[in-house]
Design a protein around this ligand. Structure first.
Ligand code: DGL
Length: 278
């Protein structure tokens, strides 16, 4: 059935994606792979990252500021591509927005359950995400008999944001965090932070080939596709080149460097100052 003019205008809008820094770009990468006609507007709150050690209330305040910014850019959907922000209160963002708002925890849980045969599942994330137990609760809702081993890995985000993943120090830190999980005989490890796929080679080496790394980005991209289809909001102008725009609250240079490497294209990010929330 043909779209009305209003539906067409909405379908032509971009998907909004937010994170505290570069991590959400791992989700952008999967969206661009799966939904190549969709435009994306990204906001990385690099001036205030990491979110992991902050209180849930503070993180929610930051998220609402990014939502406000993106709403002025006219988006049709919002992806909270940050586990810490999702754990801090996905339902608050969903209640406040009249758009579909997706988080990253449920898709990661689904992917882990489909890959684990032993039911021994590891979860790594920021301190905020692990302390919230949102992964554990979501996993147990699906299967009460799972053996779940969780570990906060706060230094990983800093290694990624500062481009230090390929250093001996990073390897040592990875062993300290991950060796105890390997001893729990896990066969699937949820990368419960969107920054972690950016260091998946190192993580894979440390945990060994018998542990499947779960990156929820692929699952989210599939979910976004399903929602766009259901709501008839997929961009129908498939001959058009999608537009990607990147905004950050801090200095754009390191974001551009890491982002260009990840997305295999040169990206330009614009700095936007967000007001203080206190
Ligand atoms: N990438 C984020 C996450 O998925 C946040 C990292 C941080 O800012 O601490 O949790």
């Amino acid at each position: 059935m043909a779209l009305t003019k209003e539906q067409l205008v909405n379908a032509h809008r971009a998907i909004g994606v937010i994170d505290s820094g570069v991590g959400g770009l791992t989700v952008v990468k999967e969206i661009s792979r799966n939904l190549p006609h969709e435009s994306i507007i990204y906001f990385g709150d690099t001036a205030r990252m990491p979110y992991g050690p902050r209180s849930y209330q503070e993180v929610r305040g930051f998220v609402f500021q990014m939502i406000e910014f993106l709403r002025h850019q006219e988006i049709k959907m919002l992806v909270v591509a940050c586990n810490s922000a999702t754990a801090a209160g996905l339902s608050y963002y969903q209640e406040a927005c009249d758009l579909p708002v997706l988080g990253v925890i449920e898709p990661g849980v689904r992917a882990a359950l489909s890959h684990s045969s032993s039911g021994h599942i590891g979860v790594i994330g920021t301190t905020g995400t692990i302390n919230s137990s949102e992964y554990e609760k979501a996993l147990r809702r699906q299967n009460g008999d799972l053996h779940i081993a969780s570990k906060a890995c706060p230094l990983f985000v800093l290694l990624v944001e500062n481009n230090l993943v390929e250093t001996p120090e990073a390897r040592q830190v990875a062993h300290e965090y991950l060796d105890p999980l390997v001893r729990e005989n896990i066969d699937a490890l949820i990368l419960g932070c969107t920054h972690y796929p950016l260091m998946s080679e190192l993580i894979k080496e440390v945990v060994g080939p018998s542990v499947k790394l779960i990156n929820s980005a692929k699952e989210i991209a599939a979910e976004i596709g399903g929602i766009l289809k259901r709501d008839k909001t997929a961009n129908p102008l498939s001959y058009e080149k999608p537009r990607y725009r990147f905004f950050v609250s801090g200095n754009p240079s390191s974001f551009e460097e890491v982002g260009s490497k990840l997305l295999s294209r040169k990206i330009k990010a614009y700095q936007v100052t967000l007001p203080s929330t206190s």
